[in-house]
Design a protein around this ligand. Structure first.
Ligand code: OAD
Length: 244
């Protein structure tokens, strides 16, 4: 790294020069919107065992607990909105500064903020369907505990522990990440496989933005410690004079 540059200045210079920038986000991208992450101090998995509430086994064997957990997540989502950082990433796509977003998040905030090319590796909470046949239903149907017309119970459209990732999104994510000349990884502990393998697949420059350091950060070309929204705003000042 050029020592005359701050990490943010270096990141902005790489993004400016890049022929293809891909952004890879995790739960830390949405905590400033009010959605808790999973593994930091107040994360969901510090209070609840994911296998008890967010696994295929939980859905099939203790539906009430599963339903209660996801109802809470829907209610949290109803109160929250994308923040300035989501909006800036969408504006960067419109300006040609970002090619695609690959996300582990299920809140739909990137699309809500205007991003077009988004690959959701862990599904989308609001894509409710029935467990047995995949018939579509609504979030309200799920929250109210309704069943599908076919009689099956409902589930949110998220990938549960023990389930495969959506293969289309996975393949597209690999494709864009392999072609990227800059990969910006934001707000993830990089603990969950197989998605934590994706950043290793790029030949481009790698930038890691997170509020705390995690072991995998040591492999990155550039690390910026701080809040996702603040850092994205700072980068936007450097790249676009603050406009979005
Ligand atoms: P984690 O909770 O594991 O990691 C989130 C990371 O973001 C932590 O390192 C936090 O320190 C950091 N963070 C929190 N707020 C931040 C902020 N405002 N700015 C910057 N960093 C911040 O979440 P993920 O890595 O996304 O999977 O978790 C991956 C998957 O594990 C999730 O998609 C979910 C979960 O089980 C499924 O549900 C399938």
């Amino acid at each position: 790294m050029n020592q005359e540059h701050t990490p943010e200045e270096q990141a902005a210079a790489w993004i400016k020069e890049s022929s293809s920038t891909v952004v890879f986000t995790g739960a830390g991208m949405s905590t400033e919107s009010g959605i808790p992450d999973f593994r930091s101090k107040n994360g969901l998995w510090t209070k609840t065992d994911p296998m008890e509430v967010a696994s295929a086994e939980a859905m099939n064997q203790q539906y009430d607990l599963f339903h209660e957990f996801y109802t809470l997540r829907f209610k949290t989502l109803e109160r929250c909105h994308p923040h300035k950082g989501h909006e800036i990433l969408a504006a960067w796509e419109r300006r040609g500064l970002v090619d695609a977003i690959v996300t582990q998040n299920v809140d739909g905030f990137h699309q809500q903020a205007g991003s077009q090319k988004v690959y959701e590796l862990h599904g989308a909470l609001k894509k409710v369907c029935c467990i047995d046949h995949g018939h579509q239903a609504t979030s309200d149907d799920f929250i109210m505990g309704k069943r599908c017309v076919c009689g099956s119970r409902l589930r949110p459209g998220v990938v549960l522990f023990g389930e495969m990732l959506p293969q289309d999104a996975w393949k597209k994510a690999i494709e864009v990440i392999q072609q990227a000349s800059v990969l910006l990884v934001i707000g993830t502990s990089l603990q969950v496989s197989p998605v934590n393998q994706l950043p290793l697949m790029t030949a481009g420059k790698t930038i890691f933005i997170n509020q705390e350091m995690v072991p995998a950060a040591s492999g990155y070309d550039l690390v910026i410690k701080g809040k996702a929204g603040d850092i994205i705003c700072h980068l936007n000042d450097l790249l676009c004079g603050g406009s979005s």
